[in-house]
Write a protein that binds this ligand. Sequence first.
Ligand SMILES: [Zn+2]
Length: 566
Amino acid sequence: MYISLYRRYRPQKFSDMVGQGAAVSVLRESLKEGRLGHAYLFSGPRGCGKTSAARLVAKGLNCQNRASDGEPCGECEACTAIAQGEHLDVIEIDGASNRGINEIRDLKSHVNLKPLSAPYKIYIIDEVHMLTEAAFNALLKTLEEPPANVVFLLATTEPHKVPVTIRSRCQHIPFHRISMADMVNRIAYVCDSENISADMEAIWEISRQADGALRDALSLTEQAVSLGKGSLTLESVKALTGGSNRTELEKWVKNLRIDPKESNAALHEMLARGISPERLTESMFAVFRDMWIFSLWGEKGMDALEISEEEGKFLKEETPFWSADKLRSACIFCSSLLPRTRYGMRMEVFSGLIMLELTKIIGYKSERAGTDQLKNKADEVAVQKAETAKKEAGRPGPVSDRIPSAGSIGASAGSCPAELSFDEIEDPDFARLLSKLGRKGTSIGAALLNCGIVADDSGWRLGSDRQSPSLTYLTIPQNRKLLSKAIEEIWGLRDPSAEENIPAVSSSLPFEDIPADDESKTKGKHSRGSIVADTDRIIKLLGAEVLYVKDMNGDNGTDDFGSADL
Ligand SMILES: [Zn+2]
């Protein structure tokens, strides 16, 4: 039968344990001096060796020829049986699937029986935080008066969920996330022992993806090796993790500076391969953070980074082109985007936001603004804006004067959340709105670009009722309240949904090119101001072309970034 790499390389001795020096020496010393407690709580991230350590303790207690330094022999009957999970006096319980009181009662019914074949009876309860309250209470009594020769080893990834009454009766041994260096060494060792030819960059990529869990790292190694027909290559790791790797992202960052169009295409390709926006944002953050640290402290700072030689080379070559401030802003942007990716975000919106914000941060627009191509586009946009303004001017009503136009708020899309400066926004009213919103100015402003605001005599409402991440974001009560307060303070407009508890969106989205008469016929109300998504800016920035224009008449939503081929 085939045994997986992880099981084959599971530590058989304390000295095999990877990266848990402190925990291991406490346990081994206690075994050596014969003063092991009757209950332990092992806590730490998943895959870092808690269960392996528990089995080693079981071996250490029951081994027939334990060495003087506390190491089990690994060869006697007891050691072999424990390694295979077949020892009658070592009982492993998965707390996640045996979480009820009946399972614990069952345990208590035989806990007082003498061990069958070994000096000690050992209970290993994995994921102990999953037990129910009643089960914990039942367990507590046993922990208070434990029978002689019984040892409880509880393991958990979430020690704070274990009741304090249980924790206080155990010796708590924290296990740590395995460091990149330890992980890389272990994978290299396993590959070497298995005669697998391994690419160092692939090993680093696996270690990074495994995020401190050696078990994950070894199973990923195994899959990549079988995909790579016996050898471990970066290509097969990339294929398995379904997306970007560090090397690819480094190239992407470099292109962001020299050729954003190329960078934009690469971003789409990565997303198309199936990497999640959340994961991608985290990886981008890591690259920018490493560059930022390098820009501040140079090679001295590199010691603190968990990076390979190749990655170090990238930092030395690329970082000089970036200022520490730009890198810091990029980091802050990525971290502010992260919670939004968890709401679920359409691919185009995600990539649009990334390109808009990051090109703004690195000042790409100002460097290229002088080129003829962009200048022509900018002129076209200016003409369109002038026409829009003319149309607006022809429409009566005081509200439209007070609500900013679509063109004027476009400038906010590229503003950096790190700086929270709205100086560049042309429309002073919109700038005031963003400032009023304070810390959330940029994120709410960006969401408003997608939804728009409609104002009439009864107050204001959001312009789009189509489900979108922007709408979800704006209807979060906290954000909605903040926005209502700011709009009321600036323009004196009420938020009807706040008082009448009606849905916070209008029944249809009016567009500036719909004659006011038609609107009043269908809705019976005048809607005199609106903000719609500003694709002009994106088109201008990325040099995209308009492929088709969607007929919005009768449609009740905007197509986010849909008219520009990004
Ligand atoms: Zn032994």
